[in-house]
Design a protein around this ligand. Structure first.
Ligand SMILES: [Zn+2]
Length: 667
């Protein structure tokens, strides 16, 4: 009976792009999913963008766009990056969805019914200027222990100390730069300790790798603390039912996003979500990094228990990526974004290299750049791709592209390849891709030795039929190695299938051979890595020169001094754009109708190259309210809007917070 599985990767957060560190997990998961499918199992790979929380709000505000527009753009970007690395999801959804809202409410209300939600009054930092609550990461100040400046509100990068933001020296809001004030607020907590017994049973039954279990035992030893699951508005997330202006903390609805993605897929494909997720018909596995273990090992199963929902079978926890023995570093150019990698190198190179390093434990994965180039060039290109690249053209060029029959020696070679299947399947199943790759490389050595011993390139001149027999063995062996590699190198396998003129390969095909079969012309399966391209990628990943080092661009000279009294004559006001439209005969201008808190003004603004009229309506701008009306060719301009920028059409309107009131004076 084929197995049925649901597999997930952790949801990428919608405020940053995918980098090669993230790719460890997506590639690890994708390889496992592809292996399951090629082994004949039914397997769904679900993921989504994680879209809620304060960082999203702040980023959207900084960009002057809505949160919805920000997360939509990031979703498109994430999915394209991941797809271009040949990561194949069955569904890639978003946590900002109706399915996720409903599931979050259902799970919360069930936990509440079970008596596991409690209220507590807490003190939290508040930014009075921005009118928002500040998470610890949005408070900066000096470390209370080592006095290092510019540290976060929860921990110090310089000395590693953990502390409360209230203990910091001179704390300020990272958003406004103003000192935060402490305010009281009632928050909702999930009582994790209600589920301690059942969680212990889960871990004893092997929910996580044994190396991870020790960490969990530590947490249990320290006592399971209640978990704060609510945030006060304004907050970008789901409102908590039955509460006033309270929202689910992003970490509550993020893992529920796995289920929401599954539900969305089921609804689109006529499947019964409750049956698929909840009946036990499917095994469920989460791939995660060790940094988010607490959430996935404790909160997540406990929430599911509270809601009487199915708990996943296993967590697969992996380590972090190190590059050349160190943490990824922007200044060293080793903090490589997925897109930067793709600009220079073949994604299959990284797929192969990570696979050769992943062994299924929680140790860190080391990407050594020199080793990366050598291993791909010598093993993948030199040994594996070498077999078809030498045999194929001989067969199509001189022997009509026809395979012959296997003789005894050829059968022995092919059998040796096929006999390794159980071992390789076992390695994939246990996430030990490194062992699978080692075994495949050693089999490729056997094949290359067979070619050297039998010398088909000489035989083809003296005994063409004998050469055909040898090449038939080599290509059959290469075909089996391609099956073994297919979870890691799907594009390589596809080219091989085209070359051999066969339908898509799966693990069952190791039991068959190709004889008396016409093949197609050989096309290159994979290119070598050129060191220059790796260097160019690292160069592109380094931060741009600081402004001081850049040659100064010519700027407008500063105008003659004006006094504060002169400046005070300019009355700057917050204004809301009520209407915006083109100006006939002036393609740089837009006609704006502004509301200055009861007073209306019509203004012509030279921003048509940078802003579309429909993007401006409803926005707040700063307007010179007392500018003497100017008669222009198109009508009278009764003021002007303040913008930075110039002749090339690159313009930024002076940004105004949504909290400002039209008509308010700007100083
Ligand atoms: Zn410190």
């Amino acid at each position: 009976m084929p197995r049925k599985l649901i597999v997930t990767s952790a949801l990428p957060y919608a405020n940053a792009s995918i980098h090669i560190g993230h790719l460890v997990e997506y590639l690890q998961t994708d390889i496992w999913v592809r292996y399951q499918k090629l082994a004949g199992n039914k397997c769904f790979y679900f993921c989504a963008d994680d879209t809620h929380g304060t960082p999203i709000m702040i980023r959207a505000k900084a960009e002057g766009i809505s949160e919805e527009n920000l997360i939509k753009r990031m979703h498109g970007q994430h999915l394209k990056d991941l797809n271009d690395f040949q990561i194949e999801f069955d569904n890639y959804y978003t946590t900002h969805s109706e399915e996720n809202r409903r599931l979050s409410e259902r799970i919360y209300l069930a936990a509440k019914d079970a008596g596991s939600i409690v209220q507590k009054t807490i003190q939290q930092a508040y930014d009075e200027q921005e009118k928002m609550w500040l998470p610890d990461r949005f408070i900066k100040g000096a470390c209370p222990r080592c006095k290092a400046e510019n540290q976060y509100g929860d921990s110090c990068d310089a000395c590693g100390a953990h502390y409360q933001p209230t203990e910091m020296i001179n704390p300020v809001s990272a958003v406004s730069g103003q000192p935060p004030v402490l305010r009281e607020s009632v928050h909702l907590f999930f009582r994790l300790s209600d589920y301690a017994e059942r969680l212990k049973e889960l871990f004893d039954a092997g929910y996580v790798q044994s190396s991870v279990k020790n960490k969990l035992d530590e947490w249990f030893g320290a006592g399971l603390r209640d978990w704060d699951i609510s945030r006060d508005g304004p907050y970008f997330g789901f409102k908590i039912p039955g509460e006033d202006d309270k929202y689910f903390y992003v970490w509550l609805d993020a893992p529920i996003g796995y289920m929401a993605s599954c539900k969305n897929y089921c609804d689109k494909n006529g499947l019964d979500f409750e049956q698929v997720w909840n009946s036990g018909e499917y095994e469920i596995y989460h791939f995660i990094g060790k940094d988010i273990m607490y959430f996935h090992a404790l909160f997540w199963p406990a929430l599911l228990m509270a809601a009487k929902l199915r708990v996943p079978n296993n967590l697969f926890v992996h380590g972090f990526l190190t590059v050349n023995g160190q943490k990824m570093s922007k200044s060293k150019g080793t903090f490589v974004m997925a897109r930067t990698y793709l600009n220079h190198l073949d994604p299959q190179h990284l797929r192969y290299y990570y696979a050769s390093k992943l062994s299924g434990d929680v140790g860190d994965i080391e990407l050594n750049v020199e080793d990366f180039v050598n291993r791909v060039n010598s093993d993948l290109v030199g040994k594996l791709a070498n077999l078809p690249s030498r045999s194929g053209p001989m067969l199509t060029g001189k022997l009509g592209g026809m395979l012959g029959r296997l003789d005894d020696k050829g059968k022995a070679l092919v059998n040796e390849m096929a006999a390794a299947k159980a071992e390789i399947v076992d390695a994939y199943e246990n996430l030990n891709y490194a062992a699978a790759i080692r075994r495949i490389a050693s089999l490729a050595d056997v094949c290359n030795k067979y070619v050297e011993d039998n010398k088909p390139s000489l035989l083809v001149k003296t005994d063409p039929e004998k050469a055909r027999t040898v090449l038939t063995a080599v290509l059959n062996a290469g075909r089996i190695l391609t099956i073994y590699l297919k979870p890691v190198l799907p594009a390589f396998a596809e080219k091989m299938e085209r070359f051999l003129s066969i339908p898509p390969l799966s693990f069952a095909d190791t039991a068959t051979v190709l004889e008396h079969h016409k093949i197609n012309n050989y096309e290159r399966l994979i290119e070598r890595i050129e060191k220059e391209k790796v260097e160019a990628m690292i160069e592109e990943s380094k931060p741009a020169d600081s402004p001081a080092q850049k040659p100064a661009e010519p700027q407008e000279p500063v105008a003659p001094e004006c006094t504060i009294e002169d400046f005070a004559k300019v009355d700057l006001r917050v204004a809301r754009v009520v209407k915006a439209g083109p100006v006939e005969g002036a393609d740089k201008l837009l006609a704006l109708e502004l509301d200055l808190g009861g007073t209306a003004k019509n203004v012509f603004a030279g921003i048509a190259k940078a802003y579309k009229p429909e993007d401006l309506v409803g926005r707040l701008v700063v307007c010179v309210a007392n500018l003497k009306p100017r008669k222009m060719r198109f009508g009278v301009s009764e003021g002007m809007v303040c913008a930075a920028g110039g002749g090339d059409g690159h313009v930024f309107l002076l940004a105004v917070d949504e909290g400002a009131q039209p008509g308010q004076r700007v100083h």
